[in-house]
Design a protein around this ligand. Sequence first.
Ligand code: NAI
Length: 210
Amino acid sequence: MSKPEGVSISVIKRLPRYYRFLGELKEQGMIRISSKDLSAKMGFTASQIRQDLNCFGGFGQQGYGYNIESLYEEIGRILGVDKTRNAILIGAGNLGRAVALHMSFEKRGFNIIGIFDKNAALSGQMIRGLPIRHTDGLYDFCKENTPVVAVLCIPSAAAKDLTPELVKLGIKGYWNFSHYDIASDFPDVAVENVHLSDSLMTLSYKISNF
Ligand code: NAI
Protein backbone atom coordinates (compact mmCIF):
# COMPACT_ATOMS: atom_id res chain seq x y z
CA MET A 1 0.00 0.00 0.00
CA SER A 2 1.72 3.20 -1.08
CA LYS A 3 0.81 6.83 -0.67
CA PRO A 4 -1.83 7.66 -3.25
CA GLU A 5 -1.83 11.12 -4.81
CA GLY A 6 -3.82 13.72 -2.94
CA VAL A 7 -3.38 12.43 0.64
CA SER A 8 -3.22 15.58 2.72
CA ILE A 9 -0.09 16.49 4.60
CA SER A 10 -2.15 16.67 7.81
CA VAL A 11 -2.89 12.93 7.46
CA ILE A 12 0.80 12.21 6.78
CA LYS A 13 1.77 14.24 9.83
CA ARG A 14 -0.45 12.08 12.03
CA LEU A 15 1.14 8.83 10.84
CA PRO A 16 4.28 9.02 13.03
CA ARG A 17 1.99 9.27 16.03
CA TYR A 18 0.05 6.16 14.96
CA TYR A 19 3.35 4.41 14.28
CA ARG A 20 4.84 5.27 17.67
CA PHE A 21 1.68 4.32 19.51
CA LEU A 22 1.17 1.03 17.66
CA GLY A 23 4.84 0.22 18.36
CA GLU A 24 4.12 0.60 22.09
CA LEU A 25 1.05 -1.67 21.84
CA LYS A 26 3.10 -4.22 19.91
CA GLU A 27 5.75 -4.20 22.65
CA GLN A 28 3.01 -4.81 25.23
CA GLY A 29 2.11 -7.95 23.27
CA MET A 30 -1.27 -6.72 22.00
CA ILE A 31 -2.46 -8.34 18.78
CA ARG A 32 -5.37 -6.19 17.64
CA ILE A 33 -7.26 -3.04 18.50
CA SER A 34 -10.58 -1.53 17.47
CA SER A 35 -10.74 1.98 16.03
CA LYS A 36 -12.81 2.88 19.12
CA ASP A 37 -10.05 1.77 21.53
CA LEU A 38 -7.37 3.31 19.32
CA SER A 39 -9.29 6.59 19.39
CA ALA A 40 -9.76 6.49 23.18
CA LYS A 41 -6.01 5.99 23.65
CA MET A 42 -4.82 8.45 21.02
CA GLY A 43 -7.32 11.25 21.46
CA PHE A 44 -8.52 11.23 17.82
CA THR A 45 -12.14 10.35 17.06
CA ALA A 46 -12.82 6.81 15.76
CA SER A 47 -14.11 8.26 12.51
CA GLN A 48 -10.95 10.35 12.11
CA ILE A 49 -8.88 7.19 12.52
CA ARG A 50 -10.98 5.26 9.99
CA GLN A 51 -10.76 8.19 7.54
CA ASP A 52 -6.98 8.51 7.98
CA LEU A 53 -6.32 4.83 7.45
CA ASN A 54 -8.81 4.58 4.58
CA CYS A 55 -6.67 7.11 2.68
CA PHE A 56 -4.23 4.26 2.20
CA GLY A 57 -6.79 1.66 1.27
CA GLY A 58 -7.95 0.75 4.79
CA PHE A 59 -6.40 -1.81 7.07
CA GLY A 60 -9.20 -2.81 9.39
CA GLN A 61 -11.81 -5.52 9.17
CA GLN A 62 -15.39 -4.97 10.26
CA GLY A 63 -15.89 -6.50 13.69
CA TYR A 64 -12.23 -7.41 14.08
CA GLY A 65 -10.48 -4.05 14.33
CA TYR A 66 -6.91 -3.52 13.29
CA ASN A 67 -4.13 -6.06 13.40
CA ILE A 68 -1.47 -4.09 15.28
CA GLU A 69 1.57 -5.76 13.74
CA SER A 70 0.43 -5.40 10.13
CA LEU A 71 -0.87 -1.85 10.62
CA TYR A 72 2.46 -0.92 12.24
CA GLU A 73 4.39 -2.41 9.34
CA GLU A 74 2.20 -0.78 6.70
CA ILE A 75 2.48 2.63 8.29
CA GLY A 76 6.26 2.09 8.56
CA ARG A 77 6.34 1.31 4.84
CA ILE A 78 4.25 4.38 3.98
CA LEU A 79 6.57 6.54 6.07
CA GLY A 80 9.58 4.85 4.49
CA VAL A 81 11.16 4.04 7.85
CA ASP A 82 11.62 0.43 6.73
CA LYS A 83 14.45 1.67 4.49
CA THR A 84 17.81 3.06 5.58
CA ARG A 85 19.09 6.34 4.23
CA ASN A 86 22.57 7.62 4.89
CA ALA A 87 22.68 11.02 6.55
CA ILE A 88 25.25 13.56 7.69
CA LEU A 89 24.91 15.98 10.57
CA ILE A 90 26.36 19.46 10.23
CA GLY A 91 27.14 21.58 13.27
CA ALA A 92 28.47 19.78 16.32
CA GLY A 93 27.61 22.50 18.85
CA ASN A 94 25.17 22.20 21.72
CA LEU A 95 22.17 21.39 19.55
CA GLY A 96 24.01 19.14 17.10
CA ARG A 97 25.48 17.07 19.92
CA ALA A 98 22.11 16.72 21.63
CA VAL A 99 20.42 15.67 18.40
CA ALA A 100 23.23 13.26 17.51
CA LEU A 101 23.27 11.67 20.95
CA HIS A 102 19.59 11.46 21.76
CA MET A 103 17.82 10.63 18.51
CA SER A 104 17.35 6.99 17.51
CA PHE A 105 17.98 7.68 13.83
CA GLU A 106 18.21 4.00 12.95
CA LYS A 107 14.70 3.27 14.20
CA ARG A 108 13.39 5.98 11.87
CA GLY A 109 15.15 4.86 8.72
CA PHE A 110 18.30 6.98 8.90
CA ASN A 111 21.93 6.11 9.44
CA ILE A 112 24.24 8.95 10.52
CA ILE A 113 27.52 8.29 8.73
CA GLY A 114 29.33 11.60 9.20
CA ILE A 115 29.36 14.59 11.56
CA PHE A 116 30.87 17.87 10.38
CA ASP A 117 31.79 21.20 11.92
CA LYS A 118 33.77 24.14 10.63
CA ASN A 119 35.52 24.58 13.99
CA ALA A 120 38.85 22.78 13.57
CA ALA A 121 39.25 22.57 17.36
CA LEU A 122 36.41 20.01 17.41
CA SER A 123 37.90 17.77 14.72
CA GLY A 124 38.50 14.23 15.92
CA GLN A 125 36.22 14.45 18.98
CA MET A 126 33.88 11.48 19.04
CA ILE A 127 30.07 11.65 19.09
CA ARG A 128 28.02 8.42 18.93
CA GLY A 129 31.10 6.56 17.77
CA LEU A 130 31.84 8.95 14.92
CA PRO A 131 34.68 11.49 14.75
CA ILE A 132 33.73 15.11 14.13
CA ARG A 133 35.16 15.98 10.71
CA HIS A 134 36.14 19.39 9.44
CA THR A 135 33.80 20.78 6.78
CA ASP A 136 36.81 21.04 4.42
CA GLY A 137 36.40 17.30 3.96
CA LEU A 138 32.67 17.48 3.17
CA TYR A 139 33.00 17.36 -0.61
CA ASP A 140 35.26 14.29 -0.68
CA PHE A 141 33.20 12.53 1.97
CA CYS A 142 29.94 13.05 0.09
CA LYS A 143 31.48 11.97 -3.22
CA GLU A 144 32.71 8.79 -1.61
CA ASN A 145 29.78 7.93 0.68
CA THR A 146 26.81 9.53 -1.13
CA PRO A 147 24.65 10.55 1.86
CA VAL A 148 21.19 11.70 0.79
CA VAL A 149 20.07 13.52 3.94
CA ALA A 150 21.61 16.36 6.00
CA VAL A 151 20.70 17.34 9.54
CA LEU A 152 21.45 21.05 9.82
CA CYS A 153 22.33 22.26 13.32
CA ILE A 154 24.08 25.44 12.26
CA PRO A 155 23.10 29.13 12.27
CA SER A 156 20.82 30.42 9.55
CA ALA A 157 23.52 32.32 7.61
CA ALA A 158 25.78 29.26 7.58
CA ALA A 159 22.92 27.08 6.32
CA LYS A 160 22.18 29.58 3.55
CA ASP A 161 25.84 29.49 2.44
CA LEU A 162 26.20 25.73 2.65
CA THR A 163 22.92 24.47 1.20
CA PRO A 164 23.70 25.16 -2.50
CA GLU A 165 26.81 22.99 -2.15
CA LEU A 166 24.89 20.25 -0.34
CA VAL A 167 22.24 20.25 -3.06
CA LYS A 168 24.98 19.91 -5.70
CA LEU A 169 26.45 17.03 -3.71
CA GLY A 170 23.17 15.15 -4.01
CA ILE A 171 21.61 15.83 -0.60
CA LYS A 172 17.88 15.52 -1.19
CA GLY A 173 16.46 15.67 2.33
CA TYR A 174 17.05 18.28 5.05
CA TRP A 175 16.16 17.96 8.70
CA ASN A 176 16.51 21.64 9.24
CA PHE A 177 17.03 23.08 12.71
CA SER A 178 18.51 26.28 11.32
CA HIS A 179 16.15 29.15 10.72
CA TYR A 180 17.07 29.39 7.03
CA ASP A 181 14.08 28.81 4.74
CA ILE A 182 15.57 26.12 2.46
CA ALA A 183 12.31 25.26 0.72
CA SER A 184 11.80 28.73 -0.74
CA ASP A 185 15.24 28.69 -2.44
CA PHE A 186 15.25 24.96 -3.26
CA PRO A 187 11.70 23.79 -3.92
CA ASP A 188 12.87 20.46 -5.34
CA VAL A 189 14.34 19.02 -2.14
CA ALA A 190 12.52 17.52 0.85
CA VAL A 191 12.68 19.73 3.93
CA GLU A 192 11.36 19.21 7.41
CA ASN A 193 11.86 22.27 9.57
CA VAL A 194 12.09 21.82 13.32
CA HIS A 195 11.49 24.88 15.43
CA LEU A 196 11.24 24.14 19.13
CA SER A 197 10.13 27.72 19.64
CA ASP A 198 7.00 27.07 17.53
CA SER A 199 6.05 24.28 19.88
CA LEU A 200 6.68 26.54 22.86
CA MET A 201 4.47 29.25 21.36
CA THR A 202 1.74 26.66 20.78
CA LEU A 203 1.98 25.85 24.48
CA SER A 204 1.72 29.56 25.21
CA TYR A 205 -1.48 29.71 23.13
CA LYS A 206 -2.92 26.66 24.87
CA ILE A 207 -2.19 27.93 28.36
CA SER A 208 -3.56 31.36 27.45
CA ASN A 209 -6.84 29.73 26.40
CA PHE A 210 -7.03 27.15 29.15
P1 NAI B 1 26.41 26.35 18.95
O1 NAI B 1 27.07 27.68 18.80
O2 NAI B 1 26.61 25.59 20.21
O3 NAI B 1 26.87 25.39 17.76
C1 NAI B 1 26.87 25.77 16.42
C2 NAI B 1 27.94 24.93 15.74
O4 NAI B 1 27.84 25.12 14.34
C3 NAI B 1 29.35 25.36 16.14
O5 NAI B 1 30.09 24.24 16.56
C4 NAI B 1 29.91 25.98 14.87
O6 NAI B 1 31.31 25.80 14.76
C5 NAI B 1 29.14 25.21 13.83
N1 NAI B 1 29.08 25.88 12.53
C6 NAI B 1 28.79 27.17 12.24
N2 NAI B 1 28.83 27.39 10.92
C7 NAI B 1 29.11 26.20 10.35
C8 NAI B 1 29.29 25.77 9.01
N3 NAI B 1 29.16 26.60 7.97
N4 NAI B 1 29.59 24.47 8.79
C9 NAI B 1 29.71 23.60 9.81
N5 NAI B 1 29.59 23.94 11.10
C10 NAI B 1 29.28 25.23 11.36
O7 NAI B 1 24.89 26.61 18.68
P2 NAI B 1 23.67 25.63 18.97
O8 NAI B 1 23.07 25.95 20.27
O9 NAI B 1 24.11 24.25 18.71
O10 NAI B 1 22.64 26.09 17.86
C11 NAI B 1 22.92 25.95 16.48
C12 NAI B 1 21.88 26.70 15.67
O11 NAI B 1 20.64 26.06 15.81
C13 NAI B 1 21.69 28.13 16.16
O12 NAI B 1 21.87 28.99 15.07
C14 NAI B 1 20.27 28.22 16.64
O13 NAI B 1 19.60 29.35 16.13
C15 NAI B 1 19.63 27.01 16.06
N6 NAI B 1 18.69 26.42 17.03
C16 NAI B 1 17.51 25.99 16.54
C17 NAI B 1 16.60 25.37 17.35
C18 NAI B 1 15.34 24.87 16.77
O14 NAI B 1 14.43 24.50 17.48
N7 NAI B 1 15.22 24.86 15.48
C19 NAI B 1 16.84 25.21 18.80
C20 NAI B 1 18.13 25.67 19.22
C21 NAI B 1 19.02 26.26 18.34
